[in-house]
Design a protein around this ligand. Structure first.
Ligand code: 5GP
Length: 139
């Protein structure tokens, strides 16, 4: 059993509009925005709009909603970056590598033979431009 949901986490604040983000996509149930420490160009995050800590307390409805958005955004990101593939990752609890405790799925456009970068602050102008590229590819 995971710990309780804390509504002061960074992604809850993004959902409430209390801190800014580069939005890529949203529907009634999910939001996708850029990661500010991108491990690849186009690194973005899909989250449910309802409270949920991680994969351990997620409901089937939350997971289904997130996967629907992952599918849409992954295809757009692959197109936007002319990528060869996509890495999708999800970390649950600190021992699993989780740092922000609101369920999220990382989408990484990947190019053959190109490793992911270490986690480090990205260039905000580049992140903004990359968000616009994915939005444009969404059509
Ligand atoms: P985790 O390790 O929990 O799966 O990943 C959390 C992710 O959230 C990291 O990739 C980190 O770069 C990203 N992140 C942390 N703080 C912020 C923030 O304030 N805004 C955005 N857009 N991403 C953040």
């Amino acid at each position: 059993m995971s710990d309780a949901y804390d509504d002061q986490n960074i992604f809850a604040k993004i959902l409430r509009g209390e801190i800014p983000s580069f939005k890529v996509y949203e529907d009634d149930d999910t939001l996708c925005f850029m990661d500010i420490n991108p491990r690849t160009d186009g690194h973005c995050l899909v989250i449910p709009k309802t409270p949920c800590r991680n994969i351990l307390d997620a409901t089937p409805a939350q997971l289904a909603a997130c996967m629907k958005t992952v599918n849409i955004v992954a295809n757009a990101a692959k197109k936007a970056f002319d990528a060869d593939g996509i890495t999708l990752s999800q970390f649950s609890e600190a021992a699993g590598g989780q740092e922000v405790f609101h369920l999220h799925f990382h989408i990484h456009p990947r190019h053959t033979g190109v490793p992911m970068r270490p986690l480090a602050p990205g260039d905000m102008d580049a992140i903004k431009r990359h968000a616009e590229m994915i939005v444009a590819a969404l059509g």
